[in-house]
Design a protein around this ligand. Structure first.
Ligand code: IP8
Length: 244
């Protein structure tokens, strides 16, 4: 049973300090993953204070591209650094995490459609590794590179690997209504549109609204939950908000 899990960039980095890992949060997440014993796991992490400030500095987004090689290397390099830290934290705890860098593994067509072959990822999984992907810059035909978010990756991986479960670990305990209460389940975007604002930090890829919209399109049920519920999710529960 393949589980696709995204660790939000804001969960594992200090969002207000560029290029800074939240060591305690990363350790807690790695502990929960190691303790869960889940093996058919494919991980994704977001950009947090590594990806987004560099992307914003170069005006690169999901739709605005750049052909500036220095910008490409700066954004991708920052994400590789974060990915190394995530993989290190997991390997130190016995989780066989290996990097899978989207910049080298995928691209977008001119219309923005993502092409990310999942056979190499499935092969890693089937050999007992835990592939760890991340938000990145990807070549975009006609536009240089554009940003690929971890949320887009979650969707592509869930479909391409026929995942049975999808989890998105965010800084908040679920999708929240106007009173700050967790919405237990979402089946229709129109029902929750009024609650979904953008993101409050430098997030070039869209915040909770884009997340919910993308997850509603999946065949597999997806849970959005906070860091405290990561162990519950990996234990088979559906904490936070269930999106299906
Ligand atoms: O944090 C964005 O990934 P996200 C990655 O999942 C970059 O939206 C490079 C900004």
């Amino acid at each position: 049973m393949t589980v696709v899990l995204k660790l939000g960039g804001s969960v594992i980095t200090e969002k207000d300090t560029p290029d800074t890992i939240d060591g305690d949060a990363l350790a807690d997440a790695a502990d929960a993953i190691a303790a869960s014993g889940v093996t058919d796991l494919v991980l994704v992490h977001g950009g947090g204070s590594f990806g987004h400030p560099h992307a914003a500095a170069h005006d690169v987004s999901r739709t605005e591209g750049t052909q500036d090689v220095a910008a490409v290397r700066e954004i991708h390099g920052a994400m590789r650094e974060l990915n190394d830290a995530v993989c290190d934290g997991l390997v130190e705890r016995g989780v066989p995490a290996v990097p899978h860098h989207p910049h080298s593994a995928g691209h977008r067509d001119a219309d923005g459609t993502l092409s990310l072959p999942t056979d190499p990822i499935a092969a890693k999984r089937d050999e007992g590794f835990v592939p760890v992907l991340h938000g990145d810059v990807v070549t975009h035909i006609g536009s240089g590179v554009t940003i690929l978010s971890g949320d887009e990756l979650v969707v592509a991986l869930a479909e391409g690997l026929s995942a049975e479960r999808v989890g998105v670990c965010s800084t908040v305990p679920g999708v929240l209504d106007d009173d700050g209460e967790v919405i237990p389940a979402i089946e229709n975007y129109a029902d929750v549109r009024r609650y979904l604002g953008g993101s409050d930090d430098t997030d070039v890829t869209g915040g909770m609204a884009a997340k919910v919209h993308a997850l509603l399109g999946l065949r597999a049920p997806a849970s959005v939950f906070g860091p405290d519920a990561l162990a519950d999710f990996l234990g088979g529960e559906q904490p936070g908000t269930l999106i299906r």
